[in-house]
Design a protein around this ligand. Sequence first.
Ligand code: SF4
Ligand code: MG
Length: 334
Amino acid sequence: MEKILEVKDLHVTFTTYGGTVKAVRGVDFYLNKGETLAIVGESGCGKSVTSNAIMRLIPNPPGRISNGEILFKGKDLTRVSEKKMRSIRGVDISMIFQDPMTALNPTLTIGTQLMEGLRQHKDVTGSQAKEKALEMMDLVGIPNPEERLKQYPHQFSGGMRQRIVIAIALICEPELLIADEPTTALDVTIQAQILELFEKIQNQMGVSIILITHDLGVVAKIADRIAVMYAGKIIEVGTKREIFYDPQHPYTQGLLNSVPRLDLQGEKLTPIEGTPPDLFSPPEGCPFTARCPFAMEVCNKVYPNSSQLTDSHKVDCWLQDERAKQLLAATAAK
Ligand code: SF4
Ligand code: MG
């Protein structure tokens, strides 16, 4: 399969008066063409920072990509000029954010906002731009597009506004769409509709999607693969099936136990106790040690190797680490 994006050993830091925050600490992942990868984790785990880094939207200062490569179709985005990046953003890679209201300009009509990017980046006439805008309104499911183009953001509901944001993000036909908590601000029924819309868009346009969310329930429907982030690292990655039915990292298992399940109605959800570590001085070892029911002495001292369980399933946990098995065997032999 063709990889559209490959992130290698990405580190992002933020320098503050209180010290340096190591927000992303050696993240590796890839995205195949036409695939949806969900990046899941609690707030502050580095998932938005990772997606902002791909878009080169880390404010510098205080932020900095301190190490790593972000290969988009083989080109390292950490090394391209800001001018080049401006021609990539919104054209080859688009991003949508949580709050559809702040993403839209309240003083401009929807039509103007839809056509803006197209006219800026593509060589189109006014009527071609309008035609494309109407086509996009139709694709994202907004009725009466002719009339609606002339209206302002406040004349649309929250769900409709998020559809417009998605239409704006897709109008230049990007190859990669990054959606950061795209349904968090919406109520549950609208959330489901927006997720269906993502599926439809992917089928029709073949766009590759990175979906960032704190809610594993959201990804169940549309993700192909899931990467779980904790304290600035991807601690487990696998196909949706592997993560939902065979999670190996205690943190992933904890996350799944805190997702409401239709088949277990009435059973108590068990949230993970405790809080993630301080990223000013993250622990040397496994960052989940303080919250992990299986923590061993080695966990706190040394970060585990990644164990490749299948071609697609990888986990960073001492419970799966060959070195731990050897250590245990050595102790047992004494
Ligand atoms: Fe728990 Fe140790 Fe695995 Fe970390 S490495 S998740 S502390 S068992
Ligand atoms: Mg975020």
